[in-house]
Ligand binder design. Structure first.
Ligand code: HEM
Length: 211
């Protein structure tokens, strides 16, 4: 009887982990990469940024797609992730190895992402909506020139990029792509390279907006 209950609960946690991992990688990772590629147009100036923003968000399908492929998977990933975080026991202090620190940082950055994303949605959607204007280069520039908003974005980018790059490595293990010590090490290097590229993209946009 107890064995049966355990089997049901381990099957449930197997599927919960897969859904959690899928939501994190497929819709959210794709959205973040696409979003950061859009923001990089800030390097080409105000007109290029605003034109790209209009093109990226102008479709009547944009709002339903964002709700379905960004907000819904974000909420699922966050809820399942919080359950996993509170059930886990960090051992980085007992065994200070690179992977154990990444394990702890994955959880700390998750909290950072959970704080950053609502603040960012407030800045880019709710604040302009309440004041009756559309978000544009000028609004983002004003934010990036404010020290507190700039600090929130800089820390937010560190958290999001680490969480995403290391999360892709973890997902590669969950889905059996990086198997064995060599495969996992290769995956680790790929995730570091991806993280550096994404960080460069994010900070290039932030600094282009600030200047
Ligand atoms: C360089 C840093 C970033 C800048 C300059 C930036 C800029 C913007 C702008 C201008 C908008 C409003 C237009 C739109 O809906 O796309 C927006 C919306 C949004 N951004 Fe970002 N973003 C940045 C990073 C991020 C990151 C890392 C995430 C994810 C973790 C993110 C998630 C979102 C979400 C969820 C929305 C609302 C989408 C919607 O409801 O329409 N952003 N961002």
């Amino acid at each position: 009887m107890v064995e049966g209950v355990e089997r049901v609960s381990s099957a449930r946690s197997f599927w919960a982990r897969r859904i959690f991992s899928f939501c994190g990688i497929v819709p959210l990772a794709i959205y973040v990469v696409w979003h950061l590629f859009n923001n990089i147009y800030a390097i080409n100036g105000r007109a290029a940024f605003d034109a790209r923003l209009k093109e990226a968000t102008g479709s009547p399908l944009y709002a339903p797609a964002i709700w379905l492929f960004v907000y819904l998977p974000f909420v699922i990933h966050a809820i399942v992730g919080l359950v996993i975080t509170f059930k886990s026991r960090p051992n980085a202090l007992a065994m200070p190895r690179f992977r154990n620190w990444k394990y702890v940082l994955q959880r700390i950055s998750a909290i950072g992402v959970l704080l950053f994303v609502p603040a960012h949605v407030y800045k880019t959607k709710i604040e302009p909506w309440r004041a009756g204007f559309d978000v544009d280069f000028a609004h983002m520039q004003e934010g990036m020139r404010e020290p507190i908003t700039f600090a929130v974005y800089a820390l937010g980018m560190l958290g999001v990029v680490f969480h995403l790059a290391n999360g892709l490595w973890l997902a590669g293990i969950t889905w059996g792509i990086f198997t064995g010590p060599r495969g996992q090490r290769l995956g680790e290097w790929l995730s570091v390279a991806f993280g550096i590229a994404l960080m460069a993209l994010a900070f290039a946009a932030i600094f282009a907006l600030r200047w």
